[in-house]
Write a protein that binds this ligand. Structure first.
Ligand SMILES: N[C@@H](CCC(=O)N[C@@H](CS)C(=O)NCC(=O)O)C(=O)O
Length: 205
C-alpha cells in the first residue's frame, strides 16, 4: 500500500499512529504528498481529487480517503483488538474521532488563514470563531470523555492524541492544559508511546 504523506499533517499522524500501533507500518510505503489549495500536490490530486493527505492507495482497490476512512479500512487488516469496536460502542468512538477531527479542522483553517490569505484580507472574528471551537471541544474532552479515553485504546483516542499533539506543535500559546488537568494527565501517557514519538511532526520550515 502507498500512503500520501506529510510530516506535519495531524490527519496523516492519526493514520501513522494506527499503523504503528497495529504493526501494519511495514506494509505501507510513504510518498510525499503535501500541498495546499493554492499549490496542490499533483501526485496527491491524481490519487485524491480533493488534493488532501492522507490518501491511501490500496493493493487491491481504488485509493481511499480521508483519515477516518483510511483508519477504518486499516483496522480491518490487523489481528489485534479492533480500534473501531462493534455494536453500540462504535458510536462513541466515531463521535470522539469527529470531535478530535473538528479540533484539527479548526486549527488547520486557522493556519491557512495566516499562512495563505493575504494580510489585508484576513478577518479576525472568523479566526476567533475557529479558536472558540477548539476551546469548547477541549472543555468537552475534559468534562465528558475522560472515562472513555482511559478505557481500551480506540480510534477516537488516537485522534485526540493527534489533535493535542498538533496544538502543542502549532498552538502552544493556547496552553490547552491549563484548567484541563485530567486531559493533560491522560496525554502524558501518550507522549511516551513509541507510536507517538515515531510520528512527531517535523516542520521543514
Ligand atoms: N478530513 C480530512 C482532512 C485532510 C486535510 O485537510 N489535510 C490537509 C493537510 S493537514 C491537506 O492535505 N490540505 C491540502 C488542501 O486542502 O488542499 C482527513 O481527515 O483526512
Amino acid at each position: 500500500m502507498r500512503l500520501y504523506h506529510s510530516p506535519t499533517s495531524p490527519y496523516v499522524r492519526k493514520v501513522m499512529i494506527l499503523l504503528h500501533e497495529t504493526g501494519l507500518i511495514d506494509r505501507v510505503a510513504l510518498t510525499p504528498g503535501s500541498g495546499t489549495p493554492l499549490a496542490p500536490n499533483l501526485a496527491t490530486t491524481a490519487a485524491n481529487p480533493l488534493g488532501k493527505v492522507p490518501c491511501l492507495e490500496r493493493d487491491d482497490g481504488p485509493a481511499v480517503f480521508d483519515s477516518r476512512v483510511i483508519c477504518r479500512h486499516l483496522d480491518m487488516l490487523h489481528d489485534g483488538p479492533r480500534l473501531y469496536p462493534a455494536g453500540h460502542a462504535l458510536t462513541s468512538t466515531l463521535t470522539l474521532e469527529a470531535l478530535a477531527d473538528g479540533v484539527l479542522d479548526a486549527a488547520v483553517l486557522m493556519l491557512y488563514e495566516t499562512r495563505l490569505r493575504p494580510e489585508e484580507k484576513r478577518f479576525a472574528p472568523w479566526v476567533e470563531g475557529q479558536q472558540a471551537k477548539i476551546l469548547r471541544a477541549l472543555d468537552a474532552l475534559e468534562s465528558l470523555w475522560i472515562a472513555h479515553l482511559e478505557g481500551p485504546m480506540d480510534a477516537g483516542a488516537i485522534a485526540v492524541a493527534a489533535a493535542l499533539g498538533y496544538l502543542d506543535f502549532r498552538y502552544a500559546h493556547l496552553a490547552w492544559r491549563e484548567g484541563r488537568p485530567k486531559l493533560a494527565a491522560w496525554f502524558e501517557g501518550w507522549a511516551v508511546r513509541p507510536s507517538f514519538i515515531a510520528t512527531a511532526p517535523q516542520d521543514p520550515a
